[in-house]
Design a protein. Structure first.
Length: 417
């Protein structure tokens, strides 16, 4: 049988020090071992000092007996009282009590762990039920979307066939118009020639023939004019059919989401693009924001001359353009970014150079600005594709922000190069 550890006697040891401390205040004072005096002022006995305090008390049977007489169960635990009394075999009884306490503690720990496990199991079952319900709803939505997609594909196939028919008819009509114009021009030339001959006067018996040719040429010119008018009418009808086709394509490309389960009815059935969120504390017009956005796997559209003229104002226009393209190439390689630079005008030198491997270069067509091309690019990209537009132009900034794109000022973008 081993000795009871000092830590199990802490309540009795601290009670003994408390009695010694209070006993000094009485008259006559309580007699206690002088070796305990260094420990009286301490609120708690250090673990390293438990053994020393125990030996001091065990060496003074009178003080130990006095302490045992006042050791109430509310102040000293069972093991501590057994030690203070010191009856024969107290150690065995103390070990039995400690074993019972340890068993009770383990039982309580197991019960607590069991309750926690039960709560976790219940929470997991609820989470699984929620997930299963969400999966069922999602499967239902997917089934509805698949059915609508099949209908849309069928409609697109029909419209595509109609478009091919319209295109074929338009080509035929254009050919007919060209032939009619050729015939009209030939008839007019013949009529003019006949009129000239008639003006010089008929000679001999040929005069009647000339007048007949003039009359015949006039009839041919009138017939050619009639055919030209008819062909123009057919072209107008073909153009109207083309406009109807375009309108139908736009309607089919915008499914009505209000028919889907769980869909929220809105005035605009199209989904809106969501801007890329910035880290906390980062200002949207700063270089830190620009650095974050070019790394965000977004489609980056750059207002070419707006940035180039701000970044390299002292250089010729072509050198400004080349400097922007070269530095943007390096940035795209570093971050794997999808970058498109849009410049004004397709008639400038270098506008039709081969496309670079990393950065896409676009020159706006004649009569179209780079701003309009950028607006079209933002509208063309899917709404689930994040878009970043680099410009200082206030008009295009307002437009692309309404379309859900992030905007980076030109000077902030230049700071990232």
């Amino acid at each position: 049988m081993g000795e009871v550890e000092h830590r199990h006697l802490r309540s009795a040891l601290e009670f003994a020090l408390l009695i010694a401390t209070e006993g000094q205040k009485r008259r006559p004072p309580l007699d206690f071992p002088r070796e305990l005096k260094p420990f009286l002022a301490k609120p708690r006995i250090p673990n390293s000092s438990l053994g020393r305090v125990r030996r001091i008390i065990e060496a003074d049977d009178v003080f130990r007996s006095a302490i045992a007489a006042g050791a109430l169960p509310e102040l000293v635990d069972d093991v501590g009282r057994l030690w203070l009394v010191g009856h024969t075999g107290w150690e065995r009884r103390a070990e039995e009590l400690l074993a019972a306490e340890e068993s009770e503690r383990q039982t309580k720990d197991l019960e607590r762990d069991l309750r926690r496990a039960e709560r976790r199991r219940h929470a997991a079952e609820q989470a699984a039920a929620r997930i299963q319900a969400e999966v069922l709803v999602r499967d239902q939505i997917i089934a509805v979307r698949d059915a609508e997609l099949d209908d849309l594909r069928a409609d697109v196939a029909k419209v595509t066939d109609a478009l091919e028919e319209v295109r074929t008819e338009l080509i035929d009509t254009r050919n007919e118009l060209r032939h009619a114009r050729d015939r009209e021009a030939a008839a007019v030339r013949r009529a003019d020639a006949a009129a000239t001959d008639a003006a010089t006067g008929p000679r001999g018996r040929g005069g009647g023939d000339e007048r007949a040719r003039v009359a015949h040429g006039t009839v041919e010119a009138a017939e050619a004019a009639r055919m030209a008018a008819e062909v123009r009418a057919r072209i107008d009808a073909a153009l109207e059919a083309s406009r109807v086709f375009v309108s139908e394509m736009e309607r089919l490309s915008t499914p009505d989401e209000r028919s889907l389960p769980g869909a929220v009815a809105s005035r605009n059935p199209r989904r809106n693009r969501s801007p890329i969120p910035l880290p906390g504390g980062v200002i949207s017009t700063s270089a830190q924001a620009a650095e974050h956005l070019v790394r965000a796997d977004a489609a980056i559209l750059i207002d070419g001359y707006n940035v180039a003229k701000l970044g390299w104002p002292g250089r010729p226009l072509d050198e400004q353009r080349d400097a922007l393209v070269e530095r943007t190439e390096n940035l795209a390689r570093r971050h794997g970014a999808d970058v498109t630079i849009v410049f004004d005008g397709d008639s400038v030198v270098g506008a039709h150079a081969p496309r670079r491997r990393t950065v896409r270069i676009v020159f706006s067509p004649t009569g179209v600005t780079a701003d309009d091309v950028i607006r079209s690019e933002v509208a063309r990209l899917p709404v689930d594709r994040a878009v970043v537009v680099v410009t200082n132009d206030r008009e295009i900034v307002a437009d692309v922000r309404r379309a859900g794109a992030n905007v980076v000022p030109s000077n902030a973008y230049i700071a990232t190069l």
